[in-house]
Design a protein around this ligand. Structure first.
Ligand SMILES: C[S@@+](CC[C@H](N)C(=O)[O-])C[C@H]1O[C@@H](n2cnc3c(N)ncnc32)[C@H](O)[C@@H]1O
Length: 444
């Protein structure tokens, strides 16, 4: 060990305790680089100190090195297997990695037979991990156990009402919110109550009041604003762009694991399959424009078919992930409601995979796509299917479209409809969501 490093390691127990305390304060303040350099240096001399490992693990996770952080936390747990705070910390980070089965194991160890009265947060965390596993009923029991002894615990009521909404137990969910709101106000509870009430026949006016109160308490609350505009304006033509950008910026870090593992998202593969089916024998398209490219899941499926691929999206965090894949020659942040971005060529293929759910009225968008395609160029896109209206907002807050409406918009814009295949696009709450994959061609 060099003399310089040796100087950083406190010689006595009091000095070490002081260093750990300083690091913990820096971590709480969010000063991650300072925490890291303090802890890294101390770990050189004390590589098996569980507190230092735990501090570095938490710090690494917050710096975006989630799996290295988890590794440190797991080493700390091995050295100190009875520390419930450490066990909980590891479990929470496993949860962030969507490793729900492992998270449940460590949450149970952290609880170690203690009662919800004494450690309510541990029960809530276990409930969240079980929700992640899809065991909604067990999660409900845990959140209820906490509310039995802490009826004003907002976190427990918010999570319980969210799970009940997922289980479509709307009356029960609204009741949970109402009971807790009688003791303490919280925008998230009004939001969940609004979500439950608007799905109960005849309760739309109450739902509107709940969303209004949620916005009064938190004017930055985009989710409640979105729901309120849906309830007030039945003719909504698209989902507000700032809402979509915020939604996907928040979703970006776990979008792929969510849609692939939990939702069994099939659209990227279907886009490739129907593109090739529409052009028998052809496996090369000079240029592809991926509209609403997200993290690039569809771009990955098409890269080998083209020389030039551009991805555009409104969410910068989704685009960061797309950039990492190195499958796009160009990437641009664009609001598709306004334009398709800078166009420096006529494209052979345009794609919109799972994007029309955010655009209700399609004519303006489809016309723009028509304009950027070369003669014989192809537009391949998915829509969720509505049987009631040309386009309508589903319970999930996204648009679904009627087949005849999509066909009419395409032909009115000048396209020839090649395919409109009915397919299972993904699952939602364990049930298949059906929709259509359209292939349309610009005439020669
Ligand atoms: C469900 S994701 C699909 C992403 C990708 N196409 C895929 O197949 O994985 C929808 C994407 O459309 C983007 N999007 C929705 N509305 C948009 C708009 N108005 N302008 C640009 N991008 C938009 C979202 O940001 C999001 O990345």
């Amino acid at each position: 060990m060099s003399a310089e490093v040796a100087l950083q390691i406190p010689a006595d127990a009091a000095g070490l305790a002081d260093l750990k305390q300083r690091a913990a304060i820096l971590l709480t303040r969010g000063d991650l680089e300072e925490t890291r350099s303090l802890v890294d240096e101390a770990l050189v001399g004390l590589p098996e100190d569980s507190d230092l490992l735990a501090l570095r693990g938490t710090c690494r996770a917050r710096q975006g090195e989630l799996s290295d952080g988890i590794q440190d936390l797991a080493s700390a747990v091995m050295l100190n297997p009875r520390d419930w705070e450490l066990l909980n910390n590891l479990a929470v980070h496993l949860q962030q990695m969507k490793m729900f089965d492992e998270a449940v194991v460590f949450h149970v160890k952290a609880i170690n037979n203690s009662e919800p009265e004494h450690h309510p947060q541990l029960y809530i965390n276990l409930g969240l991990a079980m929700t992640g596993q899809g065991d909604f009923k067990a999660a409900v029991e845990l959140f209820e156990a906490v509310l039995d002894v802490h009826p004003d615990m907002i976190d427990a009521a918010v999570n319980l009402s969210s799970v009940l909404n997922s289980l479509k137990e709307y009356a029960r969910s609204a009741e949970v919110c109402k009971r807790t709101l009688a003791l303490v106000e919280a925008p998230e509870l009004y939001h969940n109550m609004g979500n439950a009430l608007h799905r109960i026949a005849g309760r739309n006016a109450d739902a509107v009041k709940a969303f209004e109160r949620a916005i009064e308490l938190d004017p930055t609350n985009l989710k409640s604003k979105h729901m309120l505009s849906l309830l007030r304006d039945e003719d909504m033509e698209s989902i507000p762009s700032d809402f979509v950008a915020g939604l996907f910026d928040d979703y970006a870090s776990y979008y792929e694991s969510d849609v692939i593992e939990k939702l069994r998202y099939r659209v990227p593969g279907l886009v490739r399959r129907y593109l090739l089916k529409a052009t028998p024998g052809r496996t090369h398209f000079p240029s592809v424009l991926d509209l609403g490219c997200g993290t690039g899941l569809t771009g990955v499926m098409l890269r080998d078919l083209t020389d030039f691929q551009k991805g555009v999206d409104i969410s910068r965090n989704m685009l960061v992930q797309a950039l990492d894949k190195k499958i796009y020659d160009q990437i641009e942040a664009v609001d598709l409601q306004v334009s398709l971005g800078e166009i420096d060529r006529q494209y052979s293929v345009a794609i919109a995979a799972d994007v029309c759910g955010y655009i209700g009225r399609l004519d303006g968008f489809v016309t723009k796509v028509f304009d950027v395609l070369e003669s014989n160029g192809l537009f391949v896109f998915s829509v969720e299917e509505s049987f009631l209206a040309d386009y309508e907002v589903s319970a999930a807050g996204r648009f679904a479209h009627r087949r005849t409406y999509v066909q009419k918009v395409l032909t009115d814009s000048g396209f020839k409809v090649v395919t409109g295949a009915r397919e299972q696009l993904r699952n939602s709450a364990g049930r298949p969501v059906f929709g259509m994959i359209f292939v349309a061609q610009k005439p020669a």
